[in-house]
Design a protein around this ligand. Structure first.
Ligand code: LLP
Length: 401
C-alpha cells in the first residue's frame, strides 16, 4: 500500500524519504506483500490443478522476488539462459519452467534440455531442427510446444503487440501443424503443448478470444490426427490500470478461456503474467536535482533517467509521479532525467506541488515490472539499487552497480 501519513509518502508503512536517505537515489523499492497478493489473485482466478500460473521473469528477475514467487507455487516463464539460471537458483522446479523466445541459441537449448523443463516453446521449424539435434546429442528427450502466431492484432502499443501478421513471433498455424508432425516422428521430442502470446498490457478480454479461437481450431485439427497436447498456454499480457487504460479483470479472462477450452478437459492450461504481478509492487524513487524554466515550460531535472526506467521514453507509458511530501498548490512540470537524449522524460505537464524544489524526493509508481529489468548503463551511469519491503522491514536486495 502506498499512502500519505501526516503528509509524508509511505510504502507499506515505511516513509519513503528515509529509504532515499539511507540508500540514495535512484532507488527501486518493492513490496513483497503487494507482489504476493497479485500472484495470489491470479492463482485464485486461474486455480490449480486445471491452471498453472507461470511468472514471466522478464518483468523483474531480482532473485529475491523470484524466490517469493517460487515459494508461492508459481511456475516460471523464461526467455534466456540467464533467466533459466535465475529461475532454477530461485527455487522454481524445472518441471514448472517454460522456455519461450524467438532466438534461443544452441547453448540455451542444451541448458533447457539438460534441466528437463516443462516445455521449450518453439518459434520456427529451424529451431525445431536445432532442438532435435541437441536432444539427440544429449540423449535426453525434450518436451516441446509450438508457439502459434494467430495473426490477430491486440489493442496495445505496437512495440508490445506480438500476435499480429508481420510480427516476428511464432509460426503460422499451417507451419505449426507440420512441426507437430515432425516432432511426433522424432524419438527425442515429446509433444507437450501449444503456445501463443499476443502481446502485453492487454485490457480487453476480447483480444484473447480471437487468439484462442485460432488455438482451439488448431487443437481440433491435431485431435483429428491423434495428437492431444497436454498444455494449452495462453501467454501473458494481462494489463494493469495505466493512465486511461482500465486493465484486465482476471476472472472475466479465466471464464472466457475456460469456456473455450472446455472440449479439452484433461489439458493443463497456462498463463504467463509478468506485469500484472510486479508492476504495482514497485516504485522508483528519484530526487530533484534542479528546477528551471525555459520558453514558458517548467522543468524538474531528476536524478533517475531513461536508463533506469525506459518505459515512458520507449512506449509513451504514463507512470503516476507522487511527491514524497504532500504540498498545497499544484503547478505543471516537465519531469526529465539527466541522460543526453531528448526522449529522457518521465512526464510532461505533470501536476506536482508548486513548491517542488531541488532536493525533494519523488516516487514514480507502477515501476516494478520492466523497470529495473530494462535498466541499462547508458551514459556510463550506474544501475539503480533495489530494496525490498517485507514484514515492515526494508532490505537491500541489489546494491547500486
Ligand atoms: N510470455 C511471453 C512469451 C512474453 O513475450 C511476455 C512479454 C510475457 C509472457 C509476459 O507479458 P506480461 O504479462 O508482462 O505483459 N517491456 C514492455 C513489455 C514487454 C513484454 C514482452 N513479452 C513494457 O515495459 O511494457
Amino acid at each position: 500500500m502506498i499512502d500519505y501519513r501526516a503528509g509524508r509518502l509511505h510504502f507499506e508503512g515505511v516513509p519513503l524519504e528515509s529509504l532515499a536517505l539511507r540508500w540514495g537515489t535512484p532507488l527501486y523499492v518493492y513490496s513483497a506483500r503487494q507482489a504476493q497478493a497479485r500472484a495470489r489473485a491470479l492463482q485464485s482466478a486461474f486455480p490449480a490443478p486445471r491452471w498453472l500460473v507461470c511468472y514471466a521473469l522478464k518483468a523483474n528477475s531480482n532473485p529475491r522476488l523470484c524466490r517469493l514467487m517460487a515459494r508461492q507455487g508459481l511456475g516460471a516463464d523464461i526467455v534466456s539462459g540467464g533467466e533459466l539460471e535465475v529461475a532454477l537458483a530461485s527455487g522454481f522446479p524445472a518441471e514448472r519452467v517454460l522456455f519461450s523466445g524467438v532466438g534461443k541459441t544452441r547453448e540455451e537449448l542444451r541448458a533447457a534440455v539438460g534441466a528437463g523443463l516443462l516445455s521449450v516453446n518453439l518459434e520456427s521449424s529451424q529451431e525445431l531442427e536445432a532442438l532435435e539435434s541437441v536432444a539427440k546429442a544429449l540423449k535426453r528427450p525434450a518436451a516441446i510446444s509450438v508457439r502459434v502466431n494467430p495473426g490477430v492484432a491486440a489493442r496495445t502499443h505496437p512495440h508490445i503487440a506480438t500476435g499480429a501478421r508481420g510480427s516476428k513471433f511464432g509460426v503460422e498455424p499451417a507451419e505449426a501443424l507440420s512441426m507437430y508432425d515432425r516432432a511426433r516422428r522424432n524419438r527425442w521430442l515429446r509433444i507437450a503443448g501449444i503456445h501463443c502470446h499476443i502481446g502485453s498490457q492487454i485490457s480487453d478480454v476480447e483480444d484473447y478470444k480471437s487468439a484462442t479461437r485460432a488455438i482451439t481450431g488448431l487443437l481440433r485439427t491435431l485431435r483429428g490426427r491423434g495428437i492431444e497436447p497436454e498444455l494449452i498456454d495462453f501467454g501473458g499480457g494481462l494489463g494493469i490500470g495505466e493512465g486511461r487504460d482500465p486493465g484486465i479483470d482476471p476472472r472475466r479472462l479465466s471464464r472466457l478461456l475456460e469456456r473455450e477450452i472446455a472440449p479439452w478437459p484433461r489439458a493443463r492450461a497456462l498463463i504467463e503474467p509478468g506485469r500484472y504481478i510486479m508492476a504495482e509492487a514497485g516504485i522508483l524513487l528519484t530526487r530533484v536535482l534542479y528546477r528551471k524554466q525555459a520558453y514558458g515550460r517548467r522543468f524538474l531535472i531528476v536524478d533517475a533517467g531513461m536508463n533506469d526506467l525506459i518505459r515512458p521514453a520507449l512506449y509513451g507509458a504514463r507512470h503516476p509521479i507522487w511527491p514524497a511530501r504532500r504540498g498545497r498548490d499544484s503547478a505543471r512540470f516537465d519531469v526529465a532525467g539527466p541522460v543526453c537524449e531528448s526522449a529522457d522524460f518521465f512526464a510532461r505537464d505533470y501536476p506536482l506541488p508548486a513548491a517542488t524544489e531541488a532536493g525533494h524526493t519523488l516516487a514514480i509508481l507502477q515501476a516494478g515490472a520492466y523497470g529495473f529489468s530494462m535498466a541499462s548503463r547508458y551514459n556510463s551511469r550506474s544501475l539503480p539499487a533495489e530494496v525490498l519491503l517485507q514484514d515492515g522491514r526494508p532490505r537491500l536486495i541489489r546494491r547500486r552497480l
